[in-house]
Design a protein around this ligand. Structure first.
Ligand code: AMP
Length: 214
């Protein structure tokens, strides 16, 4: 099962991808997570990516394509994967298709998560995450048991630097202009399913199950 989770920042696709990955035993591959880890470790990739990410802009195509090209060679990807946050531009999607080379897109199904802009801003501005294990919380909707502490590993929770109001606005704009065209790209190939992203993670997961088959 080769899946792509598409949708604006804050829609909850990462949370859904995480759960599906755990239950189906297929890797969740998030370019955002890989880039954040590189930034944290100050690797050359991280140094290059940081200014784009902090400004709410996309990291250049050739950089993220290079990341995915390497990651998909790992043996754990042979039985399928769920891509979260990649592709984000039409050139990325086209390159992914030629990399996988099975069908036009190389992908079995694309789930497109949808939510109103107001709700996206609420979700993003209350989001907290664990830099150690990548668990994600929300101050209002899914708070940790102890304030600012990860339930899973005890790490200190942080607010992502790109979850500040001005950067959120920029990321939503970038999504509209650069990522939205992918809906047409995958829609034309007949592999796109829309998922209502509203409601609890549990409710949304049930919709995901219906879309991918139990
Ligand atoms: P995310 O965690 O998916 O919201 O990604 C955080 C940031 O990482 C984005 O705002 C971009 O700066 C960068 N990024 C992640 N995935 C991609 C991608 N496929 N193409 C370009 N930039 C990306």
């Amino acid at each position: 099962m080769r899946l792509v989770f598409l949708g604006p920042p804050g829609v909850g696709k990462g949370t859904q991808a995480q759960r599906l990955s755990a239950e189906r035993l297929i890797p969740k591959i998030s370019t955002g997570d890989i880039l954040r880890e590189a930034v944290q470790k100050k690797t050359p990739l991280g140094v290059e990516a940081r200014s784009f990410m902090d400004g709410g802009k996309l990291v250049p195509d050739e950089v993220v394509i290079g990341i995915i090209r390497e990651r998909l060679k790992d043996p754990d990807c042979r039985g399928g994967f769920v891509l979260d946050g990649f592709p984000r531009t039409v050139p990325q999607a086209q390159t992914l298709g030629s990399m996988l080379g099975r069908t036009q897109s190389g992908i079995d199904r694309v789930l497109n998560f949808e939510l109103s802009n107001d709700e996206l801003v609420r979700r993003l501005s209350g989001r907290r995450s664990c830099p150690d294990c990548q668990a994600v919380y929300h101050v209002e909707f899914n708070p940790p048991k102890k304030p600012d502490q990860c339930d899973r590993c005890g790490g200190k929770l942080i607010q992502r630097s790109d979850d500040q109001p001005e950067t959120i606005r920029k990321r939503l704009e970038v999504y509209q202009s650069q990522t939205l065209p992918l809906i047409r790209f995958y829609g034309d190939q007949g592999i796109l399913t829309s998922i209502d992203g509203s409601g609890s993670p549990e409710t949304v997961y049930r919709r995901v199950m219906t879309a991918v088959g139990k």
